[in-house]
Ligand binder design. Sequence first.
Ligand code: FMN
Length: 255
Amino acid sequence: MAGSAAETTPDSAERAEAGSETAGELKSLELVRSRRSIREFTGERIPDEHIELILEAARHAPSPENMLMIRFIVIRDDQETKEFLADIAQEMAETAFGGAPFELTSGRNWFISDPYRAAVYARLRDGKLFRYPEKSDAVILVCASETWHDAGYLYPNDLFGSVVSGMAIQNMWLVATELGYGCGYEALVCSDPRHAMLIRDRVGIPPTWTPLTAFCIGVRVSPRALGPSRPPIEGLMYEERWGLPYKRMAFRKKG
Ligand SMILES: Cc1cc2nc3c(=O)[nH]c(=O)nc-3n(C[C@H](O)[C@H](O)[C@H](O)COP(=O)(O)O)c2cc1C
């Protein structure tokens, strides 16, 4: 078929033949796997060209009829607003995690070795772990609209704007990862509608647009290889019908 994926990626057949061994060579998969949430930044400035490469990735997000019902407020110089967002995030985290028992969060944070796990837990409870907007270089307030449609047709599917935002954010996250920067998805700032209202007022977001997150990009204090693990493919996928376990190639009978 003209313009098919097979034509645009001439080596795809060879890749398929070689099977899962090629997974290790895929740059895209490597980036997807190495992307992590980073919550500690040095406060250093990122070169403008790098920030623009990251923003460039956002504009390539797919969207219904290419409408891109997403807008981004890129905050770099306004340190007061970064601190304002950090205050909100900390307050919200304290409310959300302040009473979380250590036993519950300890297992989830298996990847943090022992002397540090308790310290991270303390920062989770007092909310300081989430103050990272203040030391990010760029805080991107991602806004979505569920009502802005230039097609003059209101999609019956809910939350398309949020879906598109998610795709744009992931694009930015992967490019930032490749460039060696860290990113954190600070949804806490917009979780409480009262906080969201304060943010709207401060940066002038109109009522038809909803702030979803403060997506933070910065120079990492340290790289992070480990993090919350994911279930295996079988934990998320069914085969052909809901409930039928997906079987990976390694467990299929040959021939
Ligand atoms: C919709 C969404 C909301 C999230 N909210 C927050 C948040 O408010 N604060 C935060 O620090 N991380 C937040 N995260 C990041 C997750 O905690 C993180 O992606 C998850 O624990 C997996 O860790 P990893 O990103 O290092 O793989 C959010 C991620 C998503 C996609």
